[in-house]
Design a protein around this ligand. Sequence first.
Ligand code: KG4
Ligand code: ZN
Length: 366
Amino acid sequence: MTAPRPKDGRLIILGIETSCDETAAAVVERDADGKGRIVSNVVRSQLAEHRAYGGVVPEIAARAHVSCLDHIIKAALDEAGLGLESMDGIAATAGPGLIGGVLVGLVTAKALVLVTGKPLIAVNHLEAHALTPGLTDRLRPPYLLLLVSGGHTQLVAVEGIGHYRRYGTTIDDALGEAFDKTAKLLHLDYPGGPAVAAEARLGDAARFSFPRPMLGREGCHFSFSGLKTAVRLAAQDVQPLQPGDVADICAAFEVAVCDTVADRVNHAMARFCAEHPGLTDAALVISGGVAANVALRARLAETAAARGFRLLAPPVALCTDNAAMVAWCGAERLALGLRDPLNTPARARWPLDAEAEPAPYAGAKA
Ligand code: KG4
Ligand code: ZN
């Protein structure tokens, strides 16, 4: 048994994340004044299970979550030195994501809620990414968020907890997906992002001239499928591929990505400034797995500075999928008195901004 905690407006939340290929649980504390602290943070990645397929296989992901989630939750509680009775709420990702995995986490949270009588907080995974800088840097809205992961590429104005305006999304591939597909095409390791980035450091970006999709277009939407095709054609042209060719293609790909993303972010910053006149301390937050990309970070730091924004990137472990962000989002919502009923559904799709206009020609990835 653990000692009873003083009730001074602090919230201690258990978070559960299972929406993609990380099984994660964490305990996070939120002070009455809104300061956050990670008490424990356990992540089990399923990279090994999916590597042979070069991408996440939903059925394998769901099974892997089932087989280890209870151990991961126990590990998070043990690391925190706290029992379930010490939690003020239980937060789980309820979407968007791979539905099998989301169900595993949400149903587990509901079972814990039924047993303990604690409040359930059904967390939107995108909102959890969006609010992470509140936990890491005490950043308060409004701010501009670039979320770039294997499943998402979005520019979002974070106006307040529960209030988001989606400025842009991808009309085809997510940025992380573009990295992963490029890696696969060049027979690099999985996941592709780090492998492409490592090759890019060795290559000559000037050797190939790849398209910069959407560059200069109005608005803030993204597109990466044309770039992917250009990479494929370049790779076909120089068969058999030598290591130097791979490095040069990766370097040219990464520069094209940086140019495109910087252009989209520039448009978003202009809109954000127009919508927030008089804001003196504007911030651009970059999150999601691709936020680990050093070249992209460097480029965005320049792009942001040129418009008087400061660039903020949570530590990589909190940019990629984790449960501390879910627990924190749960704490922020519970602090506002928000909680969810036990019949809350798991959702494969769950836009942050339900009012956002659909992107032109957009496929399934909103
Ligand atoms: O956020 P995340 O861990 O998982 C989700 O997709 O939700 O992001 C994983 C993505 C993968 O596509 C991976 O290739 C990409 O992030 N990534 C990178 C880098 N590290 C990870 N992309 C570019 N450069 C990197 N250094
Ligand atoms: Zn994510």
